[in-house]
Design a protein around this ligand. Structure first.
Ligand code: FRU
Length: 484
């Protein structure tokens, strides 16, 4: 095991200058800024002293870190939650005409017996300073575990709706409010899908124009990588969510890799957006505290746009990297209409930085039975993004990727099903210093995995077995995105 090093700091995935982060919180757009708040320990590289860290961006790509927004206090730690912009002044928090941003989060009591309840804080200066509401908590049902409120304005019923989780019951509860301070219970969803582990961090997202809603909830067990995000597609009438898929107990994963947790979507996006956008903590509760990085620990995934895909087996979630990331593309190398022969072909990257790349791989229909992009290749190290066309599987294998962080959930393959694996297939692969994210071009499958290779492992190879493969490959260097 190598010593913790800053060499793994991502170039274009958000991470703070220092200290521990987990879930994204309070994602909202307001007055030209995208806000990214997050679970943050201001005092160290392990989970603890939970407070809300803060960053802002004009484009969802370049982030500027700001001071801690909502710190823990003697009474409560500030657990996960959301933010709304109270444009219509329903809360009465606005003064002097200022539109309040209102954070709705879980206060986790610090007294020995604990207890979790929903609390409020508001800001009248675009999220820079926050006042905790004197009447906290606003929703307390006497439970030890009751958390992660996601609040949005439900247009047809003209009221605020909250999705919040009762982790041990594997239930998402829905509440409504006209003023953000008084809440009435509407309904509960679950158990459903995967309920082997506690549930956390619900999000309910309208897929505009489709008549459908996406309910996402994370689970602590049952995902092939341990912890992960499951989704349900269905209908929400302002009171109740009814799942259309999955109907049985089989989970539908938002991401088949190990490192996509606590995803949250941005609220109140401007009309220039035609799809919801979410971001996740690119990590896994199974081993997050052991990742070999310093002085920071934890990063976010890239933002992703969400859409509904019609498939022969019903509607499914589709995801694509936020299109604004194209702005990071630098120098490019292209292999157009080539036939990759059986074996391994090392690519001459001609100065592109193999630690920060986008690869777009278009495979023609037919050809070889096994095709792989090997990234972060170096002495004894390789991270494999592979397509097993006979089995119909897209996978990442990080068994030989460098530092093995966890004995149980590290090696081997994490796989996503590919119904038509011998057909034409596009892969988009995002490589950053400690991560690999893969999307199929149609958005059907995504896999996100952390990797910790040697800094010198920067090579890319195409590996082909069981035939030859006609394909085109474009590779870009991606520029660093931090502005803070
Ligand atoms: C999910 C989670 C949330 C909680 C927060 C505490 O990662 O456990 O349920 O609010 O982290 O940091």
């Amino acid at each position: 095991m190598t010593a913790a090093t800053d060499a793994f700091r991502p170039a274009y995935h958000y991470t703070p200058a220092r200290n521990w982060i987990n879930d994204p919180n309070g994602l909202v757009w307001f007055d030209g800024e995208y806000h990214l708040f997050y679970q943050y320990n201001p005092f160290g590289e392990q989970w603890g002293h939970m407070s809300w860290g803060h960053a802002v961006s004009a484009d969802l790509v370049h982030w500027q870190e700001l001071p801690v927004a909502i710190p823990e206090d003697e009474r409560v730690s500030i657990f996960s939650g959301s933010i709304v912009v109270d444009t219509h002044h329903t809360s009465g928090f606005g003064r002097g005409g200022a539109v309040p941003m209102v954070a709705i989060y879980t206060g986790c009591r610090r007294v020995p017996e604990g207890g979790q309840a929903q609390e409020l804080a508001y800001s009248l200066d675009r999220g820079r300073t926050w006042e905790k509401y004197a009447g906290n908590p606003v929703l307390d049902i006497g439970l030890k575990d009751f958390r992660d409120p996601k609040v949005f304005w439900h247009v047809p019923t003209a009221r605020w709706v909250m999705a919040v989780v009762r982790p041990d019951d594997h239930q998402v509860s829905f509440y409504a409010s006209s003023n953000l301070t008084q809440w009435v219970h509407l309904s509960d969803f679950g158990p459903a899908g995967e309920d082997g582990g506690i549930w956390e961090c619900p999000d309910l997202i309208e897929l505009a124009g489709t008549g459908r809603w996406l309910l996402k909830v994370d689970t602590f067990a049952g995902h092939p990588g341990g912890t992960g995000a499951q989704v349900f597609i269905g209908h929400f009438d302002g009171t109740r969510f009814v799942a259309e898929v999955p109907q049985g107990r089989e989970a539908m994963w938002a991401d088949h890799g190990s490192d996509f947790y606590a995803a949250l979507s941005w609220g109140q996006l401007p009309a220039t957006h035609d799809a919801p956008v979410w971001i996740a903590w690119m990590n896994n509760h199974g081993y997050a505290k052991h990742t070999p990085t310093a002085p920071w620990r934890g990063a976010m995934s890239v933002p992703r746009e969400l859409f509904l895909r019609d498939t022969p087996v019903g509607p499914r979630l589709g995801q694509r990297p936020w299109r604004g990331l194209d702005a990071l593309r630098g120098a490019q190398r292209a292999w157009r209409d080539v036939r990759f022969s059986e074996g391994e072909t090392a690519l001459d990257l001609a100065g592109l930085d193999g630690r920060s790349l986008e690869l777009q791989f278009d495979m023609a229909a037919g050809g070889a039975t096994d095709v792989a992009l090997q990234v972060r290749c170096g002495e004894g190290e390789v991270t494999v993004v592979g397509v097993d066309r006979a089995q119909g599987r897209l996978f990442i294998d990080r068994s030989r990727s460098g530092v093995e962080v966890d004995a149980r959930h590290w090696g081997g393959r994490r796989e996503a099903p590919l119904p038509d694996a011998m057909g034409a297939l596009q892969l988009r692969v995002l490589v950053d210093h400690c991560s690999v994210e893969v999307f199929t071009g149609d958005g059907a499958a995504t896999l996100t995995e952390l990797v910790f290779p040697s800094d010198s492992s920067r090579g890319v190879r195409v590996a082909v077995r069981g035939g030859t493969q006609a394909a085109s490959l474009l590779v870009w260097s991606l520029r660093a995105a931090s502005v803070g």
